[in-house]
Design a protein around this ligand. Sequence first.
Ligand code: CP
Ligand code: NVA
Length: 324
Amino acid sequence: MSKNNKKNVSRNLEKINHFVNIKDLNLKDLRKIILDAKTRKNKRKKMGTLSVDKDAPLKGKFLIQMFEKSSLRTRISFYLAIKQLGGSTLTLRPDELHMGKGGESISDTAKIISSYGDIFLLRTNDDGKISKFKSSLKIPIINGLSPSSHPAQILSDIFTIEEIKKKNISSLKICWIGDSNNVLNSLIEASVKFNFKLNIGCPISYKPAKRVLKWLRENKNQVKIFHKPINAIKNSDVVITDKVISMNDKVNKIKKIKSFKNFIINLNLMKFAKKDAIFMHCLPRGSEVTNEVFNSNKSKVWQQATNRVCVQKSILLYCLKMLG
Ligand code: CP
Ligand code: NVA
């Protein structure tokens, strides 16, 4: 085999840094992302929204984003993230593509995306699509939310929690009250990776999926599940929730919302958390939290949304192996 061919083979075998689930990454890489986000955020003080970081590390790089479901925060924050790193992006909707309308295969679509772009982000209704793309792509894929996972959201939330609490998350007690959805799955994975206490408060019939519980049993964890919200929230440092009905949730919505009526986060419930506890929500919100809590000084939802730009920049750099 010629020298060039050998080089190509070893390049093909080289591991691609995808960002699909928190559990796929090791703690060292997760920490590198958070540290880089902190450093970059500090250096950007007083810079304009679209000003490029001094080192412009992603100059000439192209992020292709595809959204099969609605998004406000994820699409705009990834747009800002790549722009602030000196690169560029294009957002696609499935109804604009042959893949959605004309039946072009995922595999062919992935090959074309790989030849035009440097990173691909997908928000999808189907976890299987992420796996299919992953197997045909030659560039990293970022999961921009799937039915089972929302890793960019949770990594960013850990950054925000440590920024506000000025403590390593492993010394904090985190509480989730609400549905066992994609965001919670990523939080559960993060609790194992970052080694923090996580109390989950949910109705018995809406506890995490069997495969999530099985993964938890196979890993050292500090996760506890309660079916009375007061027991879950007691002495928590951070209280997190999300909509009871997620996008594409194919359930009887009225019945599901009724099942969560005792799990609404109100000022009374918040009293059982620590005095200096904070409230977080990835947004958009529904009826799972009262306006009083959402608009209180405990609520950090706006800072949480803004920080997505910072962390996603470092996720992009991780994917392109530029985090040292
Ligand atoms: N939190 C979040 O991912 O928001 P969007 O659905 O608006 O992207
Ligand atoms: N669980 C929500 C998160 C939205 C950001 C959903 O999937 O719709």
